[in-house]
Design a protein around this ligand. Structure first.
Ligand code: SAH
Length: 208
């Protein structure tokens, strides 16, 4: 886990337009290679999605950073993440916010993530094995919500769990997917389309 590679990654993200210094600092501090299998440790710094097992993928660094930046996080924020996966995005959020709540439907991935996040001594994280379409009612409302799998349509329950003024980033679609930024203003939701993306689907129903 070389600091040189971490620094190069930050420089590349800057050249791709990521500006938020707290986000860039978190990317520098969290060792991306620690969240992928050994066979991928070299490639994980390239601008590509990396397989994390169970047919799932960790998004390319640019998309992870872009989604994090769009949330405009404060250190006091409580954030909901849907799709813990490898735990990499969770770790970045934990560096930036007060408390992270992350939901994953595949138990095996959740266990791996628990182990990694503990090793990095990130303690402001609560993980849950559940279907993320329902969010995490008991911990709502959230200052920000990030969904790291593509939903066929807008999950209404997640919108309801956003605080007034809160922001949510979510890829919407099937074959063609668009990253959307939603801002809640009272009972209204402002939607901004950001860019085309490619995510694994946000699966509904039975857990694994
Ligand atoms: N943020 C992750 C990305 C993992 S890929 C990372 O940094 O590695 C998307 C993840 O969403 C997968 O782990 C997948 O199992 C999970 N997922 C898909 N549908 C889900 C659902 N309905 N509820 C919770 N997690 C879901």
């Amino acid at each position: 886990m070389s600091k040189i590679e971490q620094r190069r990654l930050v420089q590349r993200l800057q050249s791709q337009g990521i500006k938020n210094t707290a986000v860039l600092q978190a990317v520098y501090e969290i060792p991306r290679a620690f969240f992928v299998e050994e066979a991928f440790t070299r490639r994980c710094y390239e601008n590509m999605a990396i397989p994390i097992g169970e047919g799932q993928t960790l998004s390319q660094p640019y998309i992870v950073a872009k989604m994090t930046e769009l949330l405009e996080l404060q250190t006091t924020d409580r954030v909901l993440e849907i799709g813990t996966g490898s735990g990499y995005q969770t770790a970045l959020l934990a560096k930036l916010c007060h408390q992270i709540y992350s939901v994953e439907r595949i138990k095996k991935l959740q266990w791996q993530a628990i182990h990694r996040l503990k090793k990095l001594e990130l303690h402001n994280i609560q993980l849950r094995h559940a279907d993320g379409w329902g969010g995490w009612v008991a911990k709502a409302p959230f200052d920000a919500i990030i969904v790291t799998a593509a939903a066929e349509n807008m999950p209404i329950e997640l919108l309801q769990q956003l605080k007034d003024g809160g922001r949510m980033v979510i890829p919407i679609g099937n074959e063609t997917q668009v990253l959307q930024l939603i801002t809640r203003i009272g009972e209204k939701y402002h939607v901004e389309k950001i860019e085309d993306v490619k995510f694994v689907p946000l699966v509904a129903g039975e857990l694994q």
